[in-house]
Design a protein around this ligand. Structure first.
Ligand SMILES: Nc1ncnc2c1ncn2[C@@H]1O[C@H](COP(=O)(O)OP(=O)(O)OP(=O)(O)O)[C@@H](O)[C@H]1O
Ligand SMILES: [Mg+2]
Length: 250
């Protein structure tokens, strides 16, 4: 049970986190007392109805957004104590992001897209490191292509390579397979799985797809900004069944 205390340091931890957008009558409580400890080297899927707070959860956990109350931590680092400069450094060095829409820079080659996080951190991208990461995501030989010349699945591989180039502790995905066909989605999920199994990284992925969620070790179910359930060793059927009953809690 990952919501209980774990003795070793968690990769991602939220303690009594609330996130309120806006003020007064128009305020929206997107997260409402979320506590979770995600172990290092695990693959977690986050599911729930639209508007249940999945993206907000990811953004708060990754330091992309500030919590309203409670604390969010990456490893031993409490994000609420950090100023903007420290948060920016943490986002560049310790976490990676993959989005549904790939978010590549169209004018840049694959090589330069992947090197971007290093350049932003003031480091010069190393040719060998880029070649190695391209090989790892199955895109050897595509370094000089541009995003428009690649399929959706290949573009997402570039986005994953860009997320991995800094060797982050945690890779966050917000519906990373949402725009892909099922065969391509499975390849991308396999790639995320190898981050966990071969590199000991931690993956946290929002998805609407029970089949995608079944690639994870654990599924967290969100409804109305709270974690209402979790499932270990998920199968697509059990996840789909649980999702149909989430409406009753929502
Ligand atoms: N920047 C924002 N300003 C105001 N309200 C927001 C903002 N971001 C999210 N919300 C609100 O917070 C709630 C949770 O949104 P969130 O995007 O986390 O949901 P989600 O579970 O990711 O939904 P979806 O499955 O549609 O992506 C929603 O009511 C949403 O309208
Ligand atoms: Mg979302």
């Amino acid at each position: 049970m990952i919501t209980q205390n774990v003795t070793r340091t968690s990769a991602v931890r939220l303690d009594s986190v609330t996130k309120v957008y806006g003020r007064g009558a128009s305020a929206v409580r997107a997260l409402d007392g979320v506590s979770v400890a995600i172990p290092t080297g695990s693959f977690t899927a986050v599911m729930g109805p639209s508007g249940s707070g999945k993206s907000t959860f990811l953004h708060c956990a990754a330091g992309l957004d500030r919590v309203t109350s409670g604390t969010a931590s990456i490893g031993d680092t409490d994000l609420s104590d950090m100023n903007e400069t420290q948060l920016t450094r943490l986002r560049r060095q310790r976490v990676g992001f993959v989005f549904q829409s790939f978010n590549l820079v169209p004018a840049l080659s694959v090589r330069h897209n992947i090197g971007l996080p290093l350049r932003l951190a003031g480091r010069r991208p190393d040719r060998h490191a880029i070649a190695a990461i391209l090989d790892r995501v199955g895109l050897a030989g595509k370094a000089d292509a541009h995003p428009a010349e690649l399929s959706g699945g290949q573009q997402q591989r570039v986005a994953i390579a860009r997320a991995l180039i800094t060797a982050p502790d945690v890779v966050f995905g917000d519906e990373p397979t949402g725009a892909l066909d099922t065969v391509t989605a499975k390849e991308i999920l396999g790639l995320l799985r190898t981050c966990v199994d071969e590199s000991g990284q931690t993956v946290v992925m929002v998805t609407h797809d029970p089949v995608a969620a079944s690639h994870a070790d654990t599924v967290l179910f969100l409804a109305d900004g709270t974690i209402v359930d979790e499932m270990a060793a998920p199968t697509a059927d059990r996840v789909a069944d649980r999702m149909t009953h989430l409406g009753a809690w929502a």
